[in-house]
Design a protein around this ligand. Sequence first.
Ligand SMILES: *Cc1c(COP(=O)(O)O)cnc(C)c1O
Length: 412
Amino acid sequence: MGYENLKRGDKVVYATMLKEIERVNTGLELIPSENFPSEATLEALGSVFNDKYSEGYPGKRYYGGNKFIDVIENLAIERAKKLFGAEHVNVQPYSGSPANMEVYLALMNPGDTFMGMKLDQGGHLTHGHKVSFSGKLFNAVQYGVNKETELLDYDEIRKTALEVRPKMIVCGATAYPREIDFKAFHEIAEEVGAISMADIAHIAGLIVGGVHQSPFPYIDVVTTTTHKTLRGPRGAMIMCKERFAKDIDATVFPGMQGGPHDHVTAAMAVAFGEALKPEFKNYARQIVKNARALAESLMENGFRLVTGGTDNHLILVDLRSKGVTGKEAETALDIAGITVNKNTIPYDPRKPFDPSGIRLGTPTVTTRGMREAEMKQIGKFITAAIDAKDNREKLEEIRQEVKALCQPFPVY
Ligand SMILES: *Cc1c(COP(=O)(O)O)cnc(C)c1O
């Protein structure tokens, strides 16, 4: 992209942006919640659609001049419906956390009981953790994974649901490397008279690509961010069955938000258009193939993976057999040009700020065109960097090899 005006207008921001582009082009971003949207999507984000106030919904705005904003918002909604098969879509939530809050406040009262997955076993903060609004405003009952299998235990979840009779059951995760059985969750919710909700932030792109079970038509309410595997702008949407539409829309606006970010909506429309193309299915399939290849490479190099592998885009590595902590691994890998995040593993004996694991994902490396051969190589780099965690010189050497691997796969 040109950025000629930015170059003239603000040298500091421009120079820092060039450094960030260089960092991204020459390093490996293995954070599973990140991705690189297309330049078309980024252009829509930086467009005139940033400028309007359009409180309300298409055809019912509190400001004039929204003729073309309505076209954009309707386009994003129609494309989202086609992608997911949803009955109703709201594209205005500012991000994933507000989207979840809007659903809870639309369909529950403060103090009500709901169930969500524990943060330290793979859930998200907004699924009922005590530091989050979700655990403060509501009576959040937290479920986890089975200690032996490290998998969701649907019998156990059902038993808890029968005991606590929640108003809502939330499923979805940020660090769960296996498929989620949405139908099973919905059946449990139905049995106890609860609303079922799925937060598909991480796996939305895999669902669209047909490589992960869809929450539709079972789940009542589905939230997702649009910037993870879906590869759109930073934002979120709520999809639901028609009978929840009125309450959810009214809670998003005017309940919790003001003017929608129309430039984000425009970028969503562009990204959803891309996701409707057949190539997107190949991309989604390759994300999973790459994750499997990286998982195999790591296991061959002596790592234990939580659940023994992956079905989706992410891998949770248990570092205990290597005698290294998550924080140490994150720091060493960072020097080697490989960005990952430290993460708790289920039933982690260590504390969250220095847990026993790291979390890896393949969306960004897949977007830039890497395949199984590169994954095998990345597995070797990760192993070498962790083995050499105190050897700065060796880490710098790996940094150069990472750079060479990235060179034929520029992002920008
Ligand atoms: C990323 C994520 C969110 C939060 O999204 P933000 O846009 O960071 O607020 C919510 N739920 C899940 C499962 C996520 O992975």
